[in-house]
Design a protein around this ligand. Sequence first.
Ligand SMILES: [Zn+2]
Length: 91
Amino acid sequence: MDWINKAAPTHRCKVCGALWRFWRKEDTHFSSMDSWSLVSIACGKCCDMETMGEQIEYLTIGEMEKYIIACHAVDAMTQHILGPKENDRVN
Ligand SMILES: [Zn+2]
């Protein structure tokens, strides 16, 4: 996953565990309304196109950090498995 180009999650669905990013309209240039974008690969019916309410909870800073570290760990592992690419050659 290319975490760097992805917004960090701010919320989590208590039902399916999907991670969401909440955008306030003040922070976006593309929307005149508050909006949500899915950070996880998939989510359940509980939050897919549903009104965000009871099923959604804020991530604490500590939780956010955990998810970000986990993503970096996965990236590092993937890179290790794939090995260096041709262009990475040290001269
Ligand atoms: Zn959900």
